[in-house]
Ligand binder design. Structure first.
Ligand code: KG4
Ligand code: ZN
Length: 361
């Protein structure tokens, strides 16, 4: 609620649409309040291929989108005419999948005569739990860990300020590493949740897998996970008859990933004298990452914010929440010819701003 308008004025109902990968997410948010949501996943259709097939994902989005919009509206007790603005993930993601969401968002915006806001998927992850209560601290250090990205960021006002990258991954993303190692170890797709499940109750100190880029002379906030993936694959090849329980191998691998992620995130907070850490993205659902981050933040006097597990993986609520934040901050709508941007770099929350608005910002 913008303070200058007084308590009775409410913002528009913002419908958020997410189709960047294999989840079709739709949600309705107004003034930071979640009114309704729907989520449909094509995950099962990809499992036999061991990874997301872009054409299958796009077809599933086409089939799921309108039913998801109807279901989100029904759960909110609203009609399409109640929608006052549309926010949509314009990138990054699978081109085929993004096109479906962007085309649908433009169609709804045109048909309803409401403004359209293209948003960056990863900025959506940063906004994932705004509907659960507190505004984001400003500034904060954010660790984004998803299937395609791993970044440490300095974030100010999410709706207005440029987002500063402190470091990114040089090769595989953290989630990608979970997925690939799971495949090597014979676990089902998607690998991250399978690793998380299998590691429970096992010895995470059984094997000392490498902690990449954690030497004294290494770049402090840069990640690299492809060597770790290779190390696990080599170990498995070299020890076909091992008596080490598979759960211990999995737990030791998981520990290497979450040790590096949390150590670098805490270091970034310390170096920048920022006491708030936000951890988001699909891998933030990992139970050991959540546990170790909580422990290390408590030891370092850092406040940890990490969305509820169901808000960590892709969903429509995060996009509607970010759209709602943009609308309430007075952002100009994106250009009506908004295009899908599969490789969009994260330097601001909104995508497809019209040129003059970008220059004035
Ligand atoms: O954010 P997200 O849903 O989609 C992208 O934007 O990429 O992240 C998906 C990634 C996948 O790599 C998946 O294996 C991983 O998040 N993931 C997990 C867990 N749940 C999802 N990784 C580790 N532990 C989990 N519990
Ligand atoms: Zn995501």
């Amino acid at each position: 609620m913008p303070a200058q308008h007084g308590p009775m004025v409410t913002g528009p109902v913002v419908m958020g649409i997410e189709t960047s990968c294999d989840e079709t997410g739709v949600a309705l948010v107004r003034d930071g309040e979640l009114l309704g949501e729907a989520l449909s996943t094509s995950m099962d259709q990809h499992a036999r291929y061991g990874g997301v097939v872009p054409e299958i994902a796009a077809r599933a989005h086409v089939q799921a989108l309108v039913p998801c919009v109807r279901s989100a509206l029904a759960s909110a007790g609203l009609r399409a005419a109640d929608i006052g603005a549309i926010a949509v993930t314009a990138g990054p993601g699978l081109a085929t999948a993004l096109h479906v969401g962007v085309a649908a968002a433009k169609a709804y915006a045109t048909a309803l005569g409401v403004p359209l806001y293209g948003v960056h998927h990863l900025a959506g992850h940063l906004a994932a739990d705004l509907v659960d209560g507190e505004p984001l601290p400003d500034p904060l250090i954010a660790l984004i860990v998803s299937g395609g990205h791993t970044s440490l960021l300095r974030v100010g006002d999410l709706a207005r300020d440029p987002i500063v990258h402190l470091g990114d991954t040089l090769d595989d993303a953290a989630g990608e590493c979970f997925d690939k190692v799971a495949r090597v170890l014979g676990l089902p797709y998607p690998g991250g949740p399978a690793v998380d499940r299998e590691a429970v109750g096992h010895d995470r100190t059984a094997l000392a897998f490498p902690r990449p880029l954690t030497g004294r002379t290494d770049a402090a906030y840069t990640f690299s996970f492809s060597g770790l993936k290779t190390a696990v694959a080599r170990w498995a090849e070299a020890h076909p008859d091992t008596t080490i329980p598979p759960g211990d191998v999995i737990a030791s691998f998981q520990e290497a990933v979450v040790d590096v992620l949390t150590a670098k995130a805490i270091r970034a907070c310390r170096d920048h004298a920022i006491d708030d850490l936000l951890v988001v993205g699909g891998v933030a659902a990992n139970s050991r990452l959540r546990e170790l981050a909580a422990q290390r933040c408590a030891d370092a006097g850092i406040r940890l914010r990490i969305p509820a597990r169901r808000r960590c993986t892709d969903n429509g609520v995060m996009i509607a929440s970010l759209g709602d934040l943009l609308v309430r901050s007075g952002a100009a709508p994106s250009a009506p010819d908004l295009a899908a941007m599969p490789g969009a770099f994260l330097d601001r929350a909104q995508l497809g701003l019209p040129e003059p608005a970008l220059h004035a910002a």
